[in-house]
Design a binder for this molecule. Structure first.
Ligand SMILES: CC(=O)N[C@@H]([C@@H](O)[C@H](O)[C@H](O)CO)[C@@H](O)CC(=O)C(=O)O
Length: 270
């Protein structure tokens, strides 16, 4: 069993954050990540857009500049209403970067597209020659285990449920908490591998404590990404302000936020 976790920003290049960026900015971010990663990191470029042409352009760009894989959400306004439409949409994007694995990015809470991923997996393996797996950011673990048994790679994306995801067969994780508390998540992997479930749960509870504070400020700021950026700044990595419709914390909020993180022990987990 080879389980890995990945820092979301490092691996996806243009995901959570990237959804607020223009196409040109996204290309710039990708080029920069590829330059600084110098092949030490796997760079998976998220290319989901509101229309397929722009996704194809970003996929081509990712392939041209040396990315390792592309990933895409479904189309975000005209949403695929059935598996046929989703497979077709993914195939259209995947064929624009034919030498790279294509990963479908299943994030129903944000996209509203909640099709059965087990059914999708069987179809995608047959119909998308470079299909490489699913980033599974849904809490529907029964659906996830179906994907695992279809033979498809699963990168799990619900950080507050990582232990559950691993227990159900996820092969790795891509998420936002790994940006600032990777040690805790590496520990979860090690504990699961050695069969120490109670200890793994202890570590998972830290993730849950973090999420409860993060959601509170994410709600105030108009989105979790804004709160996640704020947490990054407490670890010494300044990410700049979030983009509209999210907002930065006020000075008082920043102080309170930091104190609440201190109270749960966050700074000892780094
Ligand atoms: C809905 C959402 O934003 N999910 C996050 C999680 O990492 C999430 O922040 C974490 O599980 C806490 O809820 C990722 O799966 C999403 C992500 O990696 C991305 O948008 O690129």
């Amino acid at each position: 069993m080879n389980i890995t976790i990945s820092k979301c920003t490092a691996v996806n290049g243009t995901t959570g954050e990237g959804k607020s960026l223009t196409k040109e900015e996204r290309k710039e971010v990708v080029e920069h990540w590829i330059k600084v990663s110098k092949k030490r990191l796997i760079v998976i470029v998220h290319v989901g857009c509101i229309n397929v042409k722009e996704s194809q352009e970003l996929a081509r760009h990712a392939q041209d500049v040396g990315a390792d894989a592309v990933a895409s959400l479904p189309s975000l306004f005209f949403k695929p209403s059935n598996i046929d439409a989703l497979v077709h949409h993914c195939a259209e994007i995947a064929k624009s970067a034919p030498t790279l694995p294509f990963i479908y990015y299943h994030l129903p809470i944000m996209t509203g597209v909640e099709l059965n991923m087990e059914d999708f997996s069987y179809r995608a393996q047959k119909e998308i020659p470079n299909f490489g797996g699913i980033k599974f950011s849904s809490k529907d673990l029964p659906d996830m285990i179906g994907v695992v048994f279809s033979g498809v790679n699963v990168l799990f994306g619900c950080d507050e449920q990582f232990v559950g995801g691993l227990a159900m067969g996820a092969h790795g994780g891509v998420g936002s908490l790994y940006n600032f508390m990777p040690k805790i998540y590496h520990k979860m992997i090690a504990l699961i591998k050695q069969g120490s479930l109670p200890e793994a749960r202890e570590e998972q509870m830290k993730g849950q404590r973090l999420c409860r504070v993060m959601y509170k400020y994410g709600n105030l700021q108009g989105g979790n990404v804004a709160a996640l950026k704020q947490i990054m700044s407490y670890t010494g990595v300044e990410m700049g302000p979030p983009r509209s419709p999210m907002r930065e914390c006020t000075k008082e909020e920043k102080e309170k936020f930091k104190n609440e993180l201190k109270a749960i022990g966050f700074f000892e987990w780094l």
